[in-house]
Design a protein around this ligand. Structure first.
Ligand code: AN7
Length: 336
């Protein structure tokens, strides 16, 4: 195994002698989804990005952003985040021996992500504001101080993330559509770039949560709200690029409700054996809601691991069965 810079160096902006900060990210499983395929009437595959080292697709971008920061002589990295970017930046900063700082919306990031950022030794700032405000402030801060910004406004992030498209094409060849959650719109932009570079043009089907759907509404959302905290974003930094990807690929960007997201989240866990976080299920929710649009082969990107957000999982799952320690009771408890 190797990290993605090593695997795809010829298609990434890194030379042979450049420093590489890697946790052997990428090369994630692409799993056939039989039950989902049956329901949708198409061949559906799941790209399990939760299998990356910190449990989300952000690691693909972060290996590149942090390696480039080291090459440029940076001593510190910073990001605004709904959680996963924070966890990833903190891990790669720790690995590189850099100082990491992350600004997150106070009380609005999933527990696992907070634990990761703290464990990796980042300075975690809980902003009395939302992600969009955090990103604005962090951009201003990096104008004033020599700290590398590792949000997806950083072009190296997209370079790393485009490699997921390479992996899909290498594994299953051409696909007709890609279902992908859209928050700050870096990932949809990166996938489109990756597909374009290998000459494949699947329809890009982006999904946002109804309460945080600026690209669907056509205007920024001042107070975005959704159970899918990772995509609780009201003013995506890669707005134009996402619209370009949608148009150029003859795709769409549509909205799914929190209930539809949670239905897909439970379906994946209970019928496919795949536990992703709520935001990640929005692509599948969109596929279930709107259908495959005539596509024969579809890939859904499951962007983050279900363990990131145990609280939402517990609120959606069945309850445990209490039981005294004797065999009759255990029999009743187990056999129902
Ligand atoms: C699981 O971590 O924006 O459209 O700060 O964590 O590229 O923003 C996370 C985004 C989808 C949306 N799924 O991707 C952050 C952050 C998960 C995510 C998205 C995110 P973009």
């Amino acid at each position: 195994m190797s990290g993605l810079i090593e695997r795809y160096r010829d298609r990434l902006p890194f030379g042979p002698g450049d420093p590489v900060v890697s946790l052997e990210e990428g090369s994630t499983p692409l799993v056939a989804a039989e039950r989902l395929s049956e329901r949708v009437g198409a061949e559906v595959w799941l790209k399990i990005e939760g299998a990356n080292p910190t449990g989300s697709f952000k690691d693909r971008g972060m290996t590149c952003a942090v390696s480039a920061a080291v090459r440029e002589g940076a001593e510190a990295v910073i990001c605004a985040s709904t959680g996963n970017t924070a966890a990833s930046a903190a891990a790669y900063a720790a690995r590189a021996g850099l100082t990491g700082a992350v600004i997150v919306p106070d009380g609005k990031i999933a527990t696992g992500k907070l634990a990761q950022a703290l464990m990796h030794g980042a300075r975690v700032v809980a902003l009395a504001g939302n992600f969009d405000q955090a990103l604005t402030l962090v951009r201003e801060l990096t104008q004033r101080h020599p700290i590398a910004l590792v949000n997806s406004v950083n072009a190296f992030r997209l370079e790393g993330q485009k490699t997921a498209a390479f992996e899909i094409v290498e594994e299953v060849g051409e696909i007709d559509a890609l279902c992908i959650p859209v928050g700050n719109a870096g990932n949809i932009t990166a996938y489109w770039k990756g597909f374009t570079e290998v000459g494949v043009k699947p329809r890009m089907l982006g999904l946002q949560a109804v309460g945080a759907a600026p690209l669907v509404d056509g205007a920024p959302v001042a107070n975005p709200e959704t159970v899918a905290s990772a995509i609780r974003i009201g003013n995506p930094a890669r707005w134009e690029e996402a619209i370009d990807a949608m148009r150029a690929s003859h795709g769409s960007i549509r909205a799914v409700s929190d209930d539809e997201i949670l239905d897909a989240y439970r379906f994946l866990a209970s019928h496919e054996g795949v536990f992703c976080e709520p935001a990640s299920a929005s692509g599948v929710a969109g596929l279930l809601k709107y259908g495959a649009d005539g596509a024969e082969r579809v890939v859904c990107v499951l962007t983050g691991h279900g363990l990131k957000d145990p609280q939402t999982a517990l609120s959606q799952a069945g309850s445990v069965v209490p039981c005294p320690a004797d065999i009759e009771a255990v029999e009743r408890a187990v056999l129902g």
